[in-house]
Design a protein around this ligand. Structure first.
Ligand code: BMP
Length: 396
């Protein structure tokens, strides 16, 4: 496959014009702009290390790969937590975040794992991946979840609240024992938007305070009675999510720098299918890999490409991107010998040159080769230069 597909001889800039997925088009542009086809697998174990590493290595990479579940001290707050901070670093340095979650379950469970729960991966990770063993419906379920999420965040709801004096003819004020409601109580109830809708909305909410009112005419069956003490006007207005104001307020972590030369990443989310693995004795068969390619073609608007050991584009209109882990360079000065061993735990390594020039992958994923180096930023630069050189060699 890898030998023949025209994409192998196209520049990333050319592929940015034809890729089916908006995030893939953006990624190819970023690669061209930064002259980088390097993904850092930031497999450190604390949130502090993760953020420091992302900040230092950010200039050399186009993708930062995470395993959020191996990070101690991950802050789950969607606005100010670790995901939001990573997103700010991604904007500052120009990279996409790829949570290597390898989803595999029935569709419904995966939808919830992707969009809800503790980590709310969809909120901060541009890209995630899935093991297709559970079958194609899981990919469809994830695509639907991503589409619903995008629809939901496309408009930010701004809610402003005013608490007014009740109008006498709007409620029954006949209860002489009615207690005054505290202003704080009224406001806390009013803070909930009354209803959702599009394009600006205004409604009145009756603030109801319940009292124990046994034996009176308008008493509820459980003995609780509602007394209306104020009228709250709730105004909702909607603003497109891609407006500059929202982008800033959404991610305002005190670090609003934006990487120059390209606009911010689109809000679209993308999936990589885990089509092949780098580990020794991996049980993924050629049939499984083929099924991944077919599922990707069925969901071109959501599946960006593959985590694989070789290029898998084969049909004329395949525009998928490939990312490949199991990548290591020999120590500086020994590159020419080209030999890299495994890690003793099943991981198998290849050099960027083998993976990009020979196997046809687009992005190399490097973990310990960089994280365990004495100087990770300069080692990341060495990997970036090597992987980019391998890409230029493939074009030639
Ligand atoms: P390292 O470069 O340190 O071996 O790390 C590789 C990273 O890529 C790890 O995060 C691992 O989970 C991931 N990975 C892999 O090694 N092989 C695969 O086939 C798929 C992966 O996601």
């Amino acid at each position: 496959m890898a030998d023949r597909h025209p994409a192998l001889k196209q520049t990333f800039a050319e592929r940015a014009r034809t890729a089916a997925h908006p995030l893939t088009r953006y990624l190819f542009r970023l690669m061209d702009l930064k002259a980088s086809n390097l993904c850092l697998s930031a497999d450190v174990t604390t949130a502090r290390e993760l953020l420091t590493l992302a900040d230092k290595v950010g200039p050399s990479i186009v993708v930062l790969k995470t395993h959020y579940d191996l990070i101690a001290g991950w802050d789950y707050n969607p606005q100010t937590g670790t995901g939001a901070k990573l997103a700010a670093l991604a904007r500052k340095h120009g990279f996409l975040i790829f949570e290597d979650r390898k989803f595999v379950d029935i569709g419904k469970t995966v939808q919830l794992q992707y969009t809800a729960g503790t980590a709310r991966i969809i909120e901060w990770a541009h890209i995630t991946n899935a093991n297709m063993d559970a079958g194609r419906d899981m990919v469809r379920a994830m695509a639907e979840a991503a589409a619903n999420w995008k629809e939901r965040i496309h408009y930010e709801v701004k809610t402003s609240v005013t608490v007014g004096t009740p109008v006498s003819d709007r409620f029954d004020d006949s209860d002489p024992q009615q207690e005054p409601a505290s202003q704080a109580q009224s406001q806390s109830q009013a803070a909930r938007p009354q209803r959702e809708g599009g394009g600006g909305d205004k409604g009145e909410m009756l603030d109801v305070v319940s009292h124990q009112q046994r034996g009176r005419d308008n008493t509820d069956v459980d003995g609780r009675k509602g007394s209306i003490v104020s009228i709250t006007t709730v105004t909702q207005s909607f603003e497109p999510a891609d407006s500059p104001r929202l982008t800033k307020s959404h991610h305002d972590q005190g670090d609003d720098a934006v990487f120059p030369g390209i606009e911010e990443a689109p809000v679209d989310r993308g999936l990589l299918l885990l089509a092949q693995m780098s580990s020794r004795g991996c049980l993924m068969t050629a049939d499984y890999t083929r099924a991944c390619v077919e599922a990707a073609r069925d969901h071109r608007g959501f599946v960006m490409g593959f985590v694989a050991q070789e290029a898998l584009n084969s049909a004329a209109d395949d525009t998928f991107v490939h990312m490949t882990p199991g990548c290591k360079l020999p120590p500086p000065g020994e590159e020419e010998n080209g030999q890299v061993g495994g890690d003793g735990l099943g991981q198998q390594y290849n050099t960027p040159s083998k993976l990009v020039t020979v196997c046809g992958t687009d992005i190399v994923i490097v973990g310990r080769g960089i994280t365990e180096a004495g100087d990770p930023p300069s080692e990341a630069e060495r990997y970036r230069r090597r992987a980019w050189k391998a890409y230029l060699a493939r074009l030639a």
